[in-house]
Design a protein around this ligand. Structure first.
Ligand code: FPP
Length: 224
């Protein structure tokens, strides 16, 4: 039995959740944010060290402009609404992915939220924004090469996730079974749980169930 320290989630199925109800896709994303809010609170209450959420990928720019701007607006509103709660509850925010290319008001908001929670040492909420694992590895390798020999360790030290606990568990919702350019390096020995639940329906009880499944798994890291 082991306890997971770091859990990452590919939050998939907002669109299908909305479609099933004949609602616009953006309503699915709105309900997805509600699921995020409840899950972040639960993660903090259960003492999880890090929760990494795939909010926007380097490939998501291919979506229609109105959906991209709706997602950006939701992200902005979520941070604005919950920042005081993070500060009060010792939640530290981190961003992975190159967020510098987002709209300047969002960059400023994120920089402020990062600075205001930098001293917190409770749960780290890691939000992946304009994140793609291949892009992250290429950026890390470039930095590592500038400093000296490239080894797994020197690359790892330059990843956006440097300093976070090793990724124990990766969850993907909505029945899709693929990694979609998320945490490819970090997932080398990660346990994975795939569930058919659509993201807006994902609750803290589903996280508890995934953690219980994780605790039952035997991890051998290539040994025996
Ligand atoms: C997948 O659903 C979900 C996304 C691409 C975005 C996830 C974003 C949020 C839950 C909201 C913003 C995030 C934060 C952290 C506040 P999909 O649209 O691919 O669903 P589908 O596959 O059913 O179409």
């Amino acid at each position: 039995m082991s306890k997971a320290r770091h859990v990452a989630i590919i939050m998939d199925g907002n669109g299908r959740w909305a479609k099933k109800r004949h609602l616009p896709r953006v309503v699915g994303h709105e309900r997805g944010v509600e699921a995020v809010r409840k899950l972040v609170r639960a993660a903090r209450e259960m003492g999880l060290e890090a929760l990494t959420l795939y909010a926007f990928s380097t490939e998501n720019w291919r979506r229609p402009e109105d959906e991209v701007s709706a997602l950006m607006g939701l992200l902005k509103r979520y941070i604005l609404a919950d920042l005081e709660e993070f500060v009060a509850n010792n939640v530290r925010l981190r961003i992975i992915g190159d967020y510098s290319i987002l709209a300047s008001d969002i960059v400023a908001l994120l920089d402020d939220a990062l600075a205001r929670t930098a001293g917190n040492n409770g749960t780290t909420l890691v939000v992946a924004l304009n994140y793609g694992s291949q892009d992250e590895i290429a950026r890390a390798a470039t930095r590592a090469a500038a400093k000296g020999p490239i080894t797994p360790e020197t690359i790892e030290a330059e990843l956006d996730t440097a300093g976070l606990p090793a990724l124990d568990l990766l969850i993907r919702t909505s029945g899709e079974v693929r990694l979609s350019n998320f945490l490819l390096w970090q997932a080398a020995y990660t346990e994975m749980v795939f569930t058919d639940v659509l993201w807006p329906d994902f609750t803290p009880a589903h996280l508890e169930a995934a953690l219980a499944e994780f605790a039952q798994r035997e991890r051998r890291y290539g040994g025996r």
